[in-house]
Every structure is written in structure tokens, then in C-alpha cells.
Write a protein that binds this ligand. Structure first.
Ligand code: SAM
Ligand code: SF4
Length: 330
């Protein structure tokens, strides 16, 4: 089985935001006084598992849990365990993106469930700046989490959002640190999603500029390495490690998009940068069989848009997409 969209792209990658809640309040992601969804609107873990199973039966081979912070969802390991039973049985990879705050507690269990690689978001190695950007986070906990994950045998890729005047001068030392510990590093451009307290145009830093600066210090060689995500990779001659660039603003990578995103309320977004969505919760709850859900998924894939067009309205300075990244997951 496979799901082919109107532009011939094989949709084999599902990202699931298991909660919109988080124990951090990263300045580029959320406002400090975020309002979260009422708990009653959430799908149960059993419902999420059922929906994921339908996607796997329809051709999804890679599944990423994200959020909000996936590891703060109550009994999350129950869902991970259930989903892991699909590994080697339709599903090639189960993974997650986390802020790392709870990793020290969960790393061993995640590895036991057959998770092999995870993404950890980390924008700075300076404890004070870390507190500033996450508002509520503690760097030492995340570093302990990374230690625990590596000790459990999990491969880690670090994701850092490039923020003008905040961490641009830190990328070179972070790169050396990450590569020295056997971790890839991927840089991400800030996307205008959801209202935050700050003005995004002040934070935005095009990665082409950052790459130019890094090239004064490092030899970067483009390589064809792919992880199934949108990053383009270079190899850094001086460290032997890989550096990825996710450039939704300066370079559109939509032509090879193989993903769709499910929220914790059962809403399916066919594109991170568009508002169009499909409600899967109603057909899921309407019947014990999966035919209606499968049909709703087919209809949704049939209208997956060609691509996104992230722009900030220069007059109103409103974001291009009103929902926060924590709703659809990064
Ligand atoms: N809480 C987890 C974490 O931080 O890894 C998972 C969810 S978070 C929304 C996923 C990724 O999206 C993180 O790497 C985060 O830095 C990134 N992100 C959040 N808001 C963003 C934005 N407006 N533009 C670009 N990346 C963003
Ligand atoms: Fe939470 Fe991740 Fe958003 Fe930071 S980026 S506030 S850790 S969901």
C-alpha cells in the first residue's frame, strides 16, 4: 500500500504531535502565557495508536512523535511501546523530537522499545542564555538527558534554531562540541508560526548568511545524505561530522515533501505552512472499523498542497500561519 499525493509524492512519513503542552516556553515558539487545548479535546493514547496503525497500513514507514514536548504526555511510554510493535512489520523507523528535559528518565525505555535515533533541540550551550530562550528550561537537565541517551545507545541529532544576535556566534563552538560527541547538528530558520511575545522579523537569520560565515572557518562539502526529513547536509572536513540546514524561508524544499502531520486532537495537516486540515477524530469515533478514517485520510492526501509560502505580513507583522509550531509539531 502507498499514499501518493496529486504531485506524485509518496507520503510515507507521519509526524504526530502527542500533546501541545510543554515544560519550556521557547521565545520563538510560544508566548509565555500560552493557552493550551482543554484536556477533554485530546485523543486518548489508544485512539492515537489506532490512527497511527491506519497510517502504517496505508504505507507510512517512518513515524516521529513530537509536540509540544512528547515526553510530558502522561503514560507516553505506553504509546511508544504499542507503536514499536509495528517496527519491522510495516514500520521502518519510530523516533521522536524532544527538548531533552525528561530524557534522563526515559532514555533507557526508549532504547528498549527499538528507538534508534532521536532529535534533541538545543539552541545554546550557555546556561544563562538557555534559560533566556526557553524561559523555563535548565541546561544541565538537558545535558544529563543527552548523556543518558548516548549511554543507552541512542543516536542523537541536535536541532538548533538560528536566532539573529542570540546564538549566531555560538554555532561554530556548538558544531565542534556536537561532532566531538558523535552527534550531527542541524540548523533551522525561524518560521512565522503563531503569535509570540517578540517580533519574529528581529530573530530571523537566513541560513545562507550563517553558512557563509561558517565557511570562513570550516570546509563544508555538500553531500547527498538524507534522513527522510527536509535537511540538506554538508560534511565538515575539520570535524568529520555532518551539518544540516533546514531552510523553509530561503529555499523551498516542498518538491520532495513526503510527510503529513497529525495533532493530538486528530487533525491532519497536509503541510506545516498551510492552514488546510482534515478532521480524523470524527470518522475515528464514528465507527469501530477503520474504513471511514481510511477514506478521510485518502481525501486529505488528495488535496496535499504543492508547497508552503511562509511570509510575514510586513504591514501587520502577523505570522503567515496562525497556529503555533507546538500544535503541529516541528
Ligand atoms: N518540544 C520538542 C522540541 O523542542 O524538540 C518538540 C516540538 S518543537 C515544536 C520541534 C522543533 O520545532 C524544535 O526543534 C523547535 O526548535 C522548532 N521550532 C519551534 N518553533 C519554531 C519556529 N517558529 N520556527 C522554527 N522552528 C521552530
Ligand atoms: Fe516546547 Fe519545543 Fe516549543 Fe520549546 S520548541 S516551547 S521545547 S514545543
Amino acid at each position: 500500500m502507498s499514499m501518493i499525493d496529486p504531485f506524485g509524492r509518496d507520503i510515507s512519513y507521519l509526524r504526530v504531535s502527542v500533546t501541545d503542552r510543554c515544560d519550556f516556553r521557547c521565545t520563538y515558539c510560544m508566548a509565555e502565557d500560552m493557552t493550551f487545548l482543554p484536556k477533554k479535546d485530546l485523543l486518548s493514547l489508544e485512539e492515537l495508536e489506532r490512527l497511527c496503525s491506519v497510517f502504517i497500513a496505508k504505507g507510512v514507514r517512518k513515524l516521529r512523535l513530537t509536540g509540544g514536548e512528547p515526553l510530558v504526555r502522561k503514560n507516553i511510554m505506553h504509546l511508544v511501546r504499542q507503536l514499536s510493535s509495528h517496527l519491522g512489520n510495516g514500520l521502518d523507523e519510530l523516533t521522536l523530537t524532544t527538548n531533552g528535559s525528561q530524557l534522563a528518565r526515559f532514555a533507557g525505555d526508549l532504547a528498549d522499545c527499538g528507538i534508534r535515533r532521536i532529535n534533541v533541540s538545543l539552541d545554546t550551550l550557555d546556561p544563562a542564555k538557555f534559560r533566556q530562550v526557553t524561559r523555563w528550561g535548565e541546561l544541565s537537565k538537558v545535558l544529563q538527558g543527552i548523556d543518558a541517551a548516548q549511554a543507552a545507545g541512542l543516536k542523537i541529532k541536535l536541532n538548533a534554531v538560528a536566532l539573529k544576535g542570540f546564538n549566531d556566534d555560538e554555532i561554530a563552538p556548538m558544531l565542534r562540541w556536537a561532532h566531538g560527541r558523535g552527534m550531527d547538528l542541524t540548523l533551522i530558520e525561524t518560521m512565522p508560526m503563531g503569535e509570540i511575545d517578540a517580533d519574529r522579523t528581529d530573530q530571523y537569520l537566513p541560513l545562507s548568511l550563517l553558512r557563509g560565515r561558517l565557511e570562513q572557518e570550516f570546509n563544508l562539502r555538500d553531500i547527498g545524505y538524507k534522513t527522510g526529513g527536509p535537511a540538506r547536509y554538508v560534511e565538515v572536513a575539520e570535524t568529520g561530522g555532518r551539518l544540516g540546514f533546514i531552510t523553509p524561508m530561503t529555499h523551498n524544499f516542498c518538491e520532495s515533501c513526503n510527510r503529513v502531520r497529525l495533532t493530538c486532537t486528530g487533525t491532519l495537516y497536509m503541510c506545516l505552512g498551510q492552514e488546510d486540515a482534515a478532521d480524523l477524530r470524527t470518522p475515528l469515533r464514528a465507527s469501530e472499523g477503520n474504513e471511514m478514517v481510511a477514506q478521510a485520510i485518502d481525501e486529505a492526501i488528495g488535496r496535499k498542497p504543492k508547497g508552503h509560502d511562509f511570509v510575514i505580513d510586513r504591514r501587520t507583522r502577523r505570522p503567515a500561519v496562525s497556529r503555533h509550531m507546538s500544535v503541529t509539531g516541528g
